[in-house]
Design a binder for this molecule. Structure first.
Ligand SMILES: C[S@@+](CC[C@H](N)C(=O)[O-])C[C@H]1O[C@@H](n2cnc3c(N)ncnc32)[C@H](O)[C@@H]1O
Length: 295
């Protein structure tokens, strides 16, 4: 299976036989890491431990969809599976090039193949090529509704019968509407906004609310420095002052659950981070990891 995958991917790369969308992710990892350190220093460790759990059972082929610069690649190597293949995909070709170098430096056990592209690659993978596990970490919070639907269907199609999938997304609770940055938000739908990377968390204008339609457009063609974010509404967000992380939710946010549930069994939905903007009260805003098994 590994050889067949590589043969297919090599041929794809040579022919450039898929539409390139010319997508450029609007921020660098340095800026997001700086913000993260101000908001929740444990986020990355918690996220990595949930990804490691997803990868614990033996697998032969894994896909890191929207792998960015390859920050999670070392986790795929952690179980020392010499005969396994990691396929990293990202539509931002410059970030993908970083990922390729990360793989060259870091991976000692698994073999890797990186390719610049997005959902169109998933959709064109021949039926006979299957993956045992798909990771999609912090991607769906930055893509349009149309892309999200296609991506989830694409994961289902390329996974083996017992395939597993891990999705990390930003989440929000209704009480965030008390935050001055959410003045016009009803608290009843996903909070779609632009994060101004020139500002710091807690600053006025750090988050600017936009409509879902505006978000869909911005996600397809982001403006440098302005990161479009869709924070998925969790109707029963636990009190962030009392929450103990990791915290299990009974179901994923409704706007993603309706896409997932016909295709996957939800194994768990774990809140693993609460963001604390410096100088501001603690609001229900954070991150969720959803672990899925193919139905
Ligand atoms: C926040 S970064 C996460 C990177 C990596 N998964 C991680 O956890 O470090 C979001 C990534 O999603 C990619 N991305 C944005 N839109 C996408 C799309 N429509 N399809 C696939 N990936 C996309 C971006 O290029 C970027 O690298």
């Amino acid at each position: 299976m590994r050889e067949e995958w590589i043969k297919y991917l090599e041929q794809l790369e040579e022919n450039r036989g898929w539409p390139m969308i010319g997508y450029i992710y609007p921020v660098t990892d340095e800026v997001t890491t700086t913000h993260l350190q101000q908001q929740d220093q444990n986020k990355q460790t918690m996220e990595q431990s949930l990804i490691s759990e997803l990868l614990q059972e033996a697998w032969r082929v894994a896909v890191d969809f929207g792998c960015g610069t390859g920050a999670n690649f070392f986790l795929f190597d952690g179980h020392r599976q010499r005969k396994s293949l990691l396929v990293g995909l990202d539509p931002d070709c410059e970030r993908l090039e970083w990922a390729r170098q990360t793989a060259d430096y870091q991976l000692m056990f698994v073999q890797s193949y990186t390719l610049c592209g997005g959902v169109e690659i998933l959709e064109n993978i021949p039926d006979k090529l299957k993956a045992d596990v798909v990771l999609c970490s912090q991607v769906l919070g930055h893509v349009s509704e149309e892309q999200t639907q296609r991506i989830i269907k694409g994961f289902h199609r390329i996974l083996t019968k017992k395939g597993r999938c891990g999705i990390a997304i930003p989440i929000i609770g209704e009480a965030f509407k008390e935050n001055p940055q959410a003045e016009d938000w009803s608290g009843k739908e996903d909070f779609t906004h632009l994060v101004d990377m020139a500002k710091s968390p807690g600053d006025r204008g750090f988050r600017r609310q936009i409509t879902l339609e505006e978000f869909n457009r911005a996600a397809d063609k982001p403006e440098t420095g302005l990161l479009p974010v869709r924070s998925f509404l969790v109707p029963e967000f636990p009190n962030p002052l009392e929450i103990k992380l990791p915290c299990e939710l009974s179901a994923p946010p409704p706007t993603i659950a309706h896409l997932i549930k016909p295709l996957f069994d939800v194994e768990k939905s774990t809140i693993y981070s609460i963001h604390k903007d410096p100088g501001s009260p603690i609001f229900p805003i954070g991150d969720l990891f959803i672990q899925l098994g193919k139905k």
